[in-house]
Design a protein around this ligand. Structure first.
Ligand code: 5GP
Length: 214
């Protein structure tokens, strides 16, 4: 972009929630590889590592004591108990991103999303809606990494989470993956273009630059 036409704004927190099996991880992976200027908030969790998950990449895996330390030390921007384990968003990386004008993606549950929205009202929330329940069950079972009881627990949670859909800014039904990605890209692009996000000096400069007649 030509010098002087760069538009600076605060970073945006893009929250994606939705029941497990809805495709949040696929969406997050896609967004990180295909969209410029977006990084992932790496949560802290007390749950055990699954499959090929890597510490510090997918999650920061910690014990209950360490989680408690972080929580009571106000180092988490939000936290919640999900499926019997604790999860939380480290505060420092998201605050740094906001100040630097970088956007962040948060894959967090409905309780966490509500907490972030209270502390960061400009955050953008998207609810990823799973395809019909039968397909969800199939997907969850197909992971092969969970016990039947865990799968049932996750399905019960899915139904509970759905009741909070009205609090979200956007909803995407994850039927065809490519369409889901395209919809999310549209959300990001539209939100990045919101005039109210442009920092005051840049807005004034833009108005002066383009408003003056030759
Ligand atoms: P999973 O154990 O399958 O990786 O994640 C379980 C649920 O926890 C998902 O719905 C995910 O969005 C949510 N989750 C992951 N990290 C966080 C976090 O930092 N805070 C909250 N509130 N939920 C999280």
């Amino acid at each position: 972009m030509a010098e002087g036409t760069e538009i600076r704004r605060d970073g945006i927190l893009f929250i994606v929630s939705g029941p497990s099996g809805a495709g949040k991880s696929s969406l997050a992976d896609w967004a990180l590889s295909n969209m410029e200027g977006i990084t992932l908030s790496v949560s802290v969790t007390t749950r055990a590592r699954r499959g090929d998950e890597r510490d510090g990449v997918h999650y920061h895996f910690v014990g209950k004591e360490r989680f408690e330390e972080l929580r009571t030390g106000s180092e988490l921007a939000e936290w919640a108990e999900v499926h019997g384990h604790c999860y939380g968003t480290p505060r420092t990386p998201i605050d740094a991103a906001l100040t630097d004008g970088r956007d962040m993606l948060l894959d967090i549950d409905v309780q966490g999303a509500a907490q972030i929205k209270r502390s960061y009202p400009d955050a953008v929330t998207t609810f990823l809606l799973p395809p019909p329940l039968e397909l969800l069950v199939e997907r969850l079972s197909g992971r092969g990494t969970e016990e039947a009881a865990t799968v049932n627990h996750r399905i019960e949670n899915a139904c509970r989470e759905l009741s909070l859909l009205p609090d979200y800014d956007y909803v995407i039904v994850n039927d065809v993956l490519e369409e889901t990605f395209a919809s999310f890209r549209s959300v990001v692009r539209a939100e990045r273009g919101r005039v109210e996000r442009i920092r005051e000096p840049d807005l004034e400069r833009l108005m002066r630059a383009f408003g003056e007649r030759p």
